[in-house]
Write a new protein. Structure first.
Ligand code: BGC
Length: 259
């Protein structure tokens, strides 16, 4: 199929679910239904790899031979995962890309999940053509961030780990914190407001994007937030990780220079 040349598979490893889809890299659209399997308990490398294999099997023959990108909730540098906030400590200083390449028998590109989401918005969404600095934040099990400046991604910013009263601010402001702490939407939004005020003071972004699972209910919390910079919901919402990981797999670093 000629147009399969412009397709790639993205897998998004989250704290609670692992999701995958086949992406049309010309449009940034998913060309199949998204498939999802709960993240295995403890999220250890061997189990995450096995679940990635099951996701590929669910996508079927169409996924065979396509470039594969995996996005992951950790700092990722040169194919190694260097941190573990909501996953097993086994990922710290772990050659994840190589482990997946050997385990799945294909080339893989590993990338931080928020960076993948940022790339999706930069290439196909709300950050496309935006001048200045866009900061994308993902509100999920943790808080992820991506800095997008002059058409480029600055990888591995970790704004969810800014300290607030002695602990990572994601402990009180992530979407899962709202549930864990039993907060009303307004109470949670107050925590988020601290977060956005702080990053706005530190970095003076021109646009702030809000992504992650909770971005499907913007009316519940966006009205309580106020920032100098324009704030918008990310266009690709919960699929941004899959789309960005797929686009990076196909284009690799080379393409980053041309974004
Ligand atoms: C991790 C980040 C990740 C974010 C969202 C944080 O706890 O440190 O690497 O992007 O969660 O998943």
């Amino acid at each position: 199929m000629a147009d399969s040349e412009n397709r790639a598979v993205g897998i998004d490893v989250g704290g609670t679910g692992m999701k995958a889809g086949i992406v049309d890299l010309d449009t940034g659209e998913l060309v199949t239904d998204r498939v999802r399997i709960p993240t295995p308990d403890g999220a250890r490398p061997k189990d995450v790899l096995e679940t990635a294999g099951e996701l590929l099997a669910l996508l079927g023959d169409d996924a065979d031979g396509l470039p594969l990108g995996v996005c992951f909730p950790a700092i990722v540098k040169d194919g190694k995962t260097l941190s573990a906030a909501n996953i097993s400590d086994d990922w710290i200083d772990f050659a994840a890309e190589k482990f997946f390449e050997e385990g799945l028998g294909r080339d893989i590109h590993f990338v931080n999940d928020a960076d993948a989401a940022g790339l999706a918005e930069l290439r196909y969404g709300a950050a496309k053509g935006v001048p200045g600095l866009t900061i994308l934040t993902t509100l999920g099990t943790g808080i992820g961030s991506a800095f997008l400046f002059a058409g480029r991604l600055v990888p591995n910013t970790e704004l969810g780990h800014l300290l607030w009263e002695g602990e990572s601010i994601e402990r009180i402001a992530s979407a899962s914190a709202r549930e864990r702490l039993g907060l009303k939407w307004k109470e949670w939004a107050d925590n988020l407001q601290h977060f956005y005020e702080h990053i706005e003071f530190l970095f003076s972004p021109d646009l702030i994007l809000v992504g992650g699972g909770v971005s499907k209910n913007p009316e519940k919390f966006m009205p309580y937030l106020s920032t100098r910079a324009e704030m918008r919901i990310a266009e690709h919402r919960n699929n941004a990780g899959i789309i960005g990981a797929a686009s990076l797999a196909r284009t690799d670093e080379d393409h980053l220079a041309r974004l």
